[in-house]
Design a protein around this ligand. Structure first.
Ligand SMILES: Nc1ncnc2c1ncn2[C@@H]1O[C@H](COP(=O)(O)OP(=O)(O)OP(=O)(O)O)[C@@H](O)[C@H]1O
Length: 250
């Protein structure tokens, strides 16, 4: 089972140290970790550093991995696609990154299965340029999942999706994590989704970790006031799940 821990991790944008002193407990495969925090807090920067796309101080300890750093897969926030490719071709291309170009029946089955699971098999032969924002985001998720990562970093994967798709995608990713023993980090702005789907929540503010722990223990009235400057309540619904209700800004 893959395990990942961050020790004093930091990241540079040019000369500027945008992220520093990020320490986490050891997370393990099967878990879903929500990464939350205000705009410009450093969530994408953290993911890029974890994926090896940015340099910086500190250590990422990865144990029990069969693929090593290649098993860490980053799904960026920006899903703009200019390439003249069909959905199917773009997912095939993602699957074949750093691998042999030979295409086998198993590859095609894997692509079909991912597209089906995300409910986009019907647009497999549409060009990327013709898709809606939400459809493009789903294709981007397919491109990431088809590579069967051990550690998946998803940067606001549901920001363009309708309510049905948000719940479908996050539920699917959480189930996949449990089935495959994949460790998933998801940057989210919807804290109710973090309460619903994430085992742990990591709060990033001003380029470092403000707090972390089980989602229900971390998403509190006090944290919302201090980190987000909002006046809010966290109330349990009839099914016992916590929900954030925002009353105003501080
Ligand atoms: N390529 C870059 N060059 C210089 N500074 C950058 C670059 N990318 C991000 N930054 C800066 O790093 C800081 C953290 O940005 P980051 O994108 O990690 O925030 P975020 O938490 O993901 O925000 P959001 O919720 O708005 O997506 C910001 O101050 C941002 O301006």
């Amino acid at each position: 089972m893959v395990r990942l821990r961050l020790q004093d991790l930091g990241a540079h944008h040019g000369r500027h140290l945008a992220l520093s002193g990020v320490n986490t407990p050891s997370f393990q495969g099967g878990e879903l970790v929500a990464v939350i925090g205000p705009n410009a807090a450093g969530k994408s920067t953290l993911f890029k550093r974890m994926a090896g796309l940015l340099k910086g101080p500190g250590q990422l300890h990865l144990d029990g991995s069969a693929k090593g750093p290649a098993g860490i897969c980053y799904m960026p926030q920006d899903t703009t696609a200019n390439a003249v490719l069909t959905v199917y071709e773009s997912v095939l291309l993602a699957l074949k990154q750093k691998a042999s170009w030979a295409v086998h029946d198993t590859d095609l089955e894997r692509i079909h299965s991912v597209l089906l699971s995300l409910g986009i098999a019907d647009i497999g032969f549409r060009n990327l340029g013709e898709l809606s924002g939400g459809q493009r985001q789903l294709v981007s998720i397919a491109q990431t999942l088809v590579r069967q990562p051990e550690v998946l970093l998803m940067d606001e994967p549901t920001s363009a999706l309708d309510m049905h798709r948000q719940v479908q995608v996050l539920g699917f990713v959480r189930d996949l994590a449990r089935q495959r023993g994949m460790l998933v980090f998801v940057a989210l702005h919807d804290l109710n989704q973090a309460l619903r789907f994430a085992d742990h929540t990591l709060v990033i503010a001003d380029g470092t970790v403000r707090c972390s722990g089980p989602s229900a223990e971390v998403i509190t009235v006090q944290m919302l006031r201090e980190v987000y400057q909002i006046d809010a309540r966290v109330e349990r619904c009839s099914r016992g799940m916590g929900h954030v209700i925002v009353d105003g800004v501080v």
